[in-house]
Design a binder for this molecule. Structure first.
Ligand code: ASP
Length: 346
């Protein structure tokens, strides 16, 4: 079943980038995977990217027009940043990083500036990035004073012999790489503080409006990359680390497939979600849409409902954006510059 795609029709951020803001895409330009049902991959892009701003309980009736506009503008800005990198001949890795930096700097998303609070009232950030061509990867977990954890994750990949650094060690590495400590109040948002207070009074189940950010991209030379950044889950305790910085769980890319996940991290770790999707593509010949749907829409819901979603892209530019929650902030752009944004089941 192909769902219609709602488009952002305002100009703003992208006009300067020469991007086309499509309001009514021709049917053949619709991209597969825009569904919470198994959608076959029927369309492809030559190069482009897909981003997400988190899956969870996002209810249409609770979304004001102003708020929706803010989300769409932020997602559009992030796609614009990634698009410019790709258009100018940059790498998929560069596009993933550029898009995620914009989302980390927005207070709207649970990453960087808008990160949720731990039970101790601090913001503890996780991020990872992976280059599908070389299988090189970098990740940081539990950092509290790094404005853009995705940038640090990339430095771990490029400037250290390791894949994952955590806590104060990762922060020390950041200083050595010339990244200054960001004052803690940069990460304070009233909304996330309130969510912590609410979570403390209803401890039973982790909060379900999450807002992790991620990106997957395919560049002009056919290279894939993926990245994910998050504040984790509200009220997390004991130094809990989720799936987002775990290569194979929240992020994975190889030569054929790139995935970024968002959802209840414990399930994503147990099911090695990002790798499972790519392994299905590689070993079974499944389309990226079929593989992502099988994992997100069939396997995870058997274990728990409302676990989350994922974005996936293959080396032919087929994309998928399945989620088993009521919404997932998401968007994509292709070589024509056409931007599509969606939040709910469309
Ligand atoms: N996956 C993230 C975590 O568990 C949260 C999310 O994506 O909403 O840390």
């Amino acid at each position: 079943m192909m769902h219609s795609i709602r488009l952002l029709c305002s100009s703003m951020a992208l006009a300067s980038a020469g991007m086309v803001l499509a309001c009514q895409p021709p049917a053949e330009q619709r991209v597969a995977g825009e569904a919470t049902t198994a959608t076959p991959a029927t369309a492809r892009v030559e190069w482009g990217m897909v981003i997400h701003g988190g899956a969870g309980t996002i209810r249409r009736k609770e979304m004001t027009p102003d708020r929706e506009r803010e989300y769409r503008a932020a997602l559009t800005e992030a796609l614009g940043a990634g698009y410019r990198v790709l258009r100018d001949g940059g790498t998929s890795l560069g596009a993933v990083s550029a898009a995620i930096v914009i989302l980390e700097d927005s207070p709207l998303f649970n990453a960087g500036r808008g990160a949720v609070f731990t039970a101790d009232g601090v913001n503890s950030l996780d991020a990872s990035i992976m280059d599908g061509t070389t299988l090189r990867a970098g990740a940081v977990a539990g950092v509290t004073d790094v404005k853009n954890p995705i940038v640090l994750a990339r430095l771990v990949m490029e400037k250290s012999p390791h894949v994952m650094l955590s806590g104060t060690g990762a922060e020390r590495f950041a200083r050595e790489q010339g990244i200054p400590a960001t004052p803690k109040d940069w990460f304070f948002t009233e909304r996330r503080w309130k969510e912590l207070q609410e979570a403390k009074t209803a401890e039973a189940k982790p909060a379900t409006e999450r807002g992790t950010v991620g990106a997957v991209a395919l560049d002009r030379t056919g290279r894939l990359a993926a990245g994910t950044s998050t504040g984790g889950m509200t009220n997390k305790k004991w130094g809990r680390i989720g799936d987002s910085p775990v290569i194979g769980a929240g992020t994975y890319a190889n030569a054929r497939c790139a995935v970024s996940g968002t959802g209840w991290g414990e399930y994503y770790i147990r099911n090695v979600v990002a790798y499972d999707i790519c392994a299905r593509v590689e070993y079974t010949g499944a389309s990226v849409a079929a593989a992502a749907s099988e994992v997100i829409l069939t396997r995870l819901p058997k274990q728990e409902k409302d676990t989350g979603g994922a974005i996936a892209m293959d080396r032919e530019g087929h994309i998928a954006t399945p989620f088993n929650t009521s919404g997932m902030y998401r968007g994509w752009v292709d070589q024509t510059g056409a931007v599509r944004i969606a939040i709910f089941v469309e």
